[in-house]
Design a binder for this molecule. Sequence first.
Ligand SMILES: Cc1cc2c(cc1C)N(C[C@H](O)[C@H](O)[C@H](O)COP(=O)(O)O)c1[nH]c(=O)[nH]c(=O)c1N2
Length: 210
Amino acid sequence: MVEFDDSFRQHLRELFVWRRDVRRFRTDPLPAGAIDRLIETACLSPSVGLSQPWRFVVVDDVARRRAIIDDFTACNAEALNCYSGDRAARYAALKLSGLGQAPGHLAVFADKASDIGHGLGRATMPETIEYSVVAAITAMWLAARAESIGIGWVSILNPDRIHAILDVPHSWKFISYLCIGYPEIECDQPELEQAKWEHRRGAEEFTLRR
Ligand SMILES: Cc1cc2c(cc1C)N(C[C@H](O)[C@H](O)[C@H](O)COP(=O)(O)O)c1[nH]c(=O)[nH]c(=O)c1N2
């Protein structure tokens, strides 16, 4: 049996504490095979019925990247319109993607039509397909940090537009667009907390006992 000792647990805890959503990337390239390695790790994640519904699209094409950035710019401008006054000013000052600098771009989809897993576990909860993909992204996020690689999740995008830009099958639901690269800085505090947009709360605020 594989056992993990206290020292490993301590390190693992530090990995959780020091994982960040990264928006400020150095432009130096990732080592060869880094994104493939992260995808391999993600594929070890739990999935409903062992369906492995994650689908990854490595986006290297310059024109497609440009189109994604344009979509982000449009969606972010729309999002800004939802705020007013001081909150709007603070939203406008946030950096909410590293799309322009990150050397790696990875889009992640959930295949809603896949037969893998034979439907087990999703008859009453079909959304468990999407949950499984998010679980894989979380694993990848942590695995990346263990290699000092940062990941930034970008959701300020129009899913239909992303579909068209990347020309993927209709049954694939857009889940996430990930910027991947080496972070400019390391920090144990979320950037949105540093910017005083929101603060991180403790577990007791989210836990009921019945
Ligand atoms: C589903 C989802 C979607 C998004 C995010 C996360 C997740 C889980 N986050 C990152 C988010 O802001 C960040 O995780 C929190 O602020 C906490 O910071 P750390 O991840 O702990 O650094 C994020 N960040 C950002 O700058 N632009 C974005 O569009 C998004 N979208």
